[in-house]
Design a binder for this molecule. Structure first.
Ligand code: ZN
Length: 198
């Protein structure tokens, strides 16, 4: 998946537990995304941000001029990709998002510019992938070209991972058939006895 327009992405902070220093204090937290800068000939730089997949704009914040304390995303855009996936692009440059909530977005479309807004000490893109409302590690999607799972159009009962349930259903049908066959046999035996007496 391509998230930067002109340069390759360079990872500066990974997903999950991390420890870092800020203002002389050691901080440990759980990072729910990855931080990326543009790699401009080995030097960290800025670039336009691209939508990684088709979707619809769910949230836009565009008016934050700079640093904000308290874990702020700064300017950001959230795109709903409709198959359980959402993506968030944060710390964007003020007024760089050219879209509004409800707008359709195509894969590869420019959706903003990397900035230094929100709770941030150096300019980068904070990128999240949210699958069924849980943030997942975006690394393989950005650096190993992993794709979103395609939208499931089958009802859940037909999914392969529900095999146990299906088997259970089949076996219960089987046993109820046996019940009726046995009952029928018994009734037949009874009739035979009655007729043989006559
Ligand atoms: Zn981050």
């Amino acid at each position: 998946m391509k998230v930067l327009q002109n340069y390759s992405p360079k990872l500066i902070s990974t997903f999950g537990n991390r420890t870092y220093w800020i203002n002389g204090k050691q901080v440990t937290d759980y990072h729910i995304g990855i931080d990326i800068v543009a790699d401009i000939d080995g030097v960290s730089g800025f670039d336009h941000i691209l939508a990684v997949s088709n979707g619809k704009v769910e949230l836009v914040v565009n008016d934050i001029p700079g640093y904000v304390d308290g874990g702020s995303y700064g300017n950001q855009i959230v795109i709903n990709h409709k198959n359980g996936y959402k993506t968030r692009y944060a710390h964007l440059k003020q007024n760089s998002v050219p879209l509004n909530v409800g707008d359709g977005v195509n894969e590869g479309q420019v959706i903003g510019y990397m900035g230094m807004t929100g709770n941030i000490t150096a300019g980068h893109l904070h990128f999240e992938i949210i699958k069924d409302n849980i943030e997942i590690d975006p690394y393989d999607y950005i650096f190993n070209n992993k794709k979103f799972e395609s939208e499931n159009t089958n009802p859940p009962v037909e999914e392969p991972n529900n095999n146990d349930q299906v088997e259970e259903k089949v076996s219960s049908i089987g046993s109820s058939n046996k019940f009726w066959i046995n009952l029928f046999k018994k009734v037949k035996e009874l009739f035979n006895r009655i007729f043989s007496k006559k």
